[in-house]
Write a protein of this length. Structure first.
Length: 113
């Protein structure tokens, strides 16, 4: 599966963004889809996860602000990000499968003061 993220850009604190991840083939059989972030010098950290039954989980730092969703009919994964802070600045990656087995190339989110 090839994954392509989009939607990252420069925003100001308090604004919202929607990240999208397009999969090259069906994700309906992919149990786990995830969003990770990476900041310079750090390893990727899990931000949000969603499984096929719709169950979701979030990192503590984004609970109540970020929402992960998936549309298996369109082979899409989304991350709605609200009330962004400069600490959310990172490159965001989507992942497919446990591991994950597949990664996208990332999309950069920069949150200014």
């Amino acid at each position: 599966i090839q994954l392509t993220e989009s939607g990252g850009r420069l925003v100001q604190a308090g604004e919202s963004l929607r990240l999208s991840c397009a999969a090259s083939e069906s994700i309906s059989g992919v149990d786990l889809m995830t969003w990770y972030l990476r900041t310079p010098g750090m390893e990727r950290k899990l931000v949000a996860a969603i499984v096929t039954d719709g169950s979701v989980s979030y990192a503590e730092s984004v609970k109540g602000r970020f929402t992960i969703s998936r549309d298996d009919t369109k082979n899409m994964l989304y991350l709605n990000m609200n009330d962004l802070t400069p600490e959310d600045t990172a490159v965001y990656y989507c992942g497919a499968g446990r591991g994950p087995s597949f990664w996208g190339q990332g999309t950069e989110v920069v949150v200014g003061f």
